[in-house]
Design a protein around this ligand. Structure first.
Ligand code: HEM
Length: 296
């Protein structure tokens, strides 16, 4: 845990140890309530993230507080709906052909984003049809909250481009913000995971011997980091924090360390991803479909 505190300017604590992240996420003083407060850098980080990750006056589920009962029940409902589809998608159905074809193809940098968005979007709307425009909107949405190019994000906000991107995505999933998160943000984690899978698949020996389940497990990529904010003064593992200190949980790095795999979806925690069973099943399905088909 590393705290950077300059009074009036910044108070941010970086955490990249897997057990420390698990402990912090269990601590009720560390939350996603997200009050916009000084120091100025904390204010700026949160202002930008909340601006991007809200639509129509409502926050995306990934930036809602742990104590929200409507968040928790929506999380459980979506989790149950996705779990119910896991067994079928694990078999590698026709709808995964676009992804399987991409995995089989030798073009290293062929784009796969639209095909991923299509598969995720169909979870939320039976008529969902991903386009270059909707994928461009998704790229803007995932870049805007964290890009070092702050001025570009400000421009996207002021010019209305970001608002239009969110309106487009929301309109494609009947205004469901879990859906906007899925097709706009989470889809990028799937793209990254498929990139990892392609490295495995391109080795003929690995392709022949690795089970689909193990291929999916080895491919999973977590988001780079998650934000939390302290709701009171305190201390954790010898590191003091103040009310409103910001925590950056670097799960991308920590999930790769021994014992860190559960961080990919923040399993067994109040903030656990509702896609934690469907996503690995879908990746398994892609591997199975690609590996079992006749090679052209
Ligand atoms: C490789 C793919 C994915 C990864 C690695 C991933 C990872 C995560 C993680 C780490 C969280 C916890 C955020 C936090 O603790 O603040 C989360 C939350 C969430 N994820 Fe995923 N996710 C993926 C795909 C998906 C998909 C496809 C969907 C929707 C279909 C989805 C929907 C959600 C939602 C709604 C939440 C918020 C849960 C809540 O706190 O109420 N995710 N995801």
């Amino acid at each position: 845990m590393k705290r950077t505190r300059i009074p009036g300017f910044t108070d941010v604590i970086q955490v990249d140890d897997s057990q420390e992240i698990i402990d912090l996420n269990r601590d009720v003083r560390i939350d996603r309530r997200f009050d916009l407060r000084w120091p100025i850098l904390n204010w700026l980080i949160l202002k930008r993230a909340l601006n991007v990750l809200s639509f129509g006056g409502h926050r995306f589920p990934t930036v809602i507080a742990r104590g929200s009962t409507s968040r928790a029940s929506a999380q459980a409902k979506l989790g149950a709906a996705l779990d119910a589809q896991a067994a079928a998608v694990r078999q590698g159905p026709e709808e995964l052909e676009g992804l399987a074809a991409w995995l089989r193809s030798s073009a290293a940098d062929a784009p796969v984003g639209i095909a991923v968005q299509q598969v995720v979007g169909r979870l939320f709307s039976p008529t969902f049809t991903a386009t270059q425009e909707s994928w461009d909107a998704a790229k803007m949405l995932v870049t805007a909250p964290r890009s070092p190019n702050v001025l570009r994000t400000v421009w996207w906000i002021l010019s209305g481009k970001l608002g239009r991107a969110k309106r487009l995505l929301a309109g494609m999933v009947n205004g469901d913000l879990a859906g906007v998160n899925g097709i706009g943000i989470a889809a990028h984690n799937i793209v990254n995971s498929l990139g990892q899978m392609k490295v495995l698949y391109s080795d003929p020996a690995v392709r022949r011997t690795l089970s689909a389940e193990e291929a999916a497990r080895r491919s999973l990529m977590a988001p780079v980091s998650l934000l939390r904010q302290a709701s009171s003064d305190g201390e954790i593992r010898g590191c003091p924090f103040s009310k409103n200190s910001l925590f950056v949980l670097a799960i991308g790095k920590a999930s790769k360390s021994p014992g860190g795999q559960s961080l990919v979806f923040m399993d067994d925690s109040w903030s656990g991803c509702p896609g934690s069973r469907w996503v690995p099943a879908m990746l398994e399905g892609v591997w199975k479909r690609a590996a079992s088909s006749v090679q052209p």
